[in-house]
Design a protein around this ligand. Structure first.
Ligand code: FES
Ligand code: FES
Length: 158
């Protein structure tokens, strides 16, 4: 039996009749075509599916879709505005923090959740915030540099 889901996705209110057994990641990708959110392990271990739900980074593979009811969801597609990448996205590019790119949307959403609540994090805080995001390519150093560089730019431009 379908249930009515009402929530906000990247600033836009949506209403959708969904199968409540669906996971949020599958809803985003298969129904809304927001395929920037990736599927890796599907069991909460890799972070590829990270989105922000009411200001908190979550593994959307573990979230039943109806948990999003009434919530504000942000996905990687919501970061670019008017054809311009966000500062975080730019710094991932500038610092060479992307190789295959599979982990990148999840990394950036975890980093965004951190910088939204803590605009001046330490290296350790960045490492902790990204602790649930696995990258098989980069070695993490450039990712951490990218987040710290983005934080600095965002503070200057605030
Ligand atoms: S796909 Fe969700 S944590 Fe790996
Ligand atoms: S850039 Fe390939 S998994 Fe992170």
């Amino acid at each position: 039996m379908l249930q009515r889901l009402e929530c906000t996705i990247n600033g836009e209110k949506i209403e959708y009749d969904v199968d409540p057994s669906m996971r949020l990641v599958d809803f985003l990708r298969a129904k809304l075509y927001l395929t920037g959110t990736k599927i890796g392990c599907k069991r909460g271990e890799c972070g590829a599916c990270t989105v922000i739900m009411d200001h908190t980074a979550v593994n959307s593979c573990l979230v039943p879709v109806m948990r999003a009811h009434g919530m504000e969801i942000e996905t990687i597609e919501g970061l670019e505005k008017g054809g311009h990448l966000s500062i975080l996205q730019e710094e991932f590019v500038n610092k060479g923090a992307i190789q295959c790119g599979f982990c990148t949307p999840g990394m950036i959403m975890s980093a965004k959740a951190l910088l939204d609540r803590n605009p001046d994090p330490t290296s350790r805080e960045v490492q902790e915030a990204l602790g649930g995001n696995i990258c098989r390519c980069t070695g993490y150093v450039k990712i951490e540099e990218a987040v710290l560089a983005a934080a600095e730019r965002m503070r200057k431009e605030a």
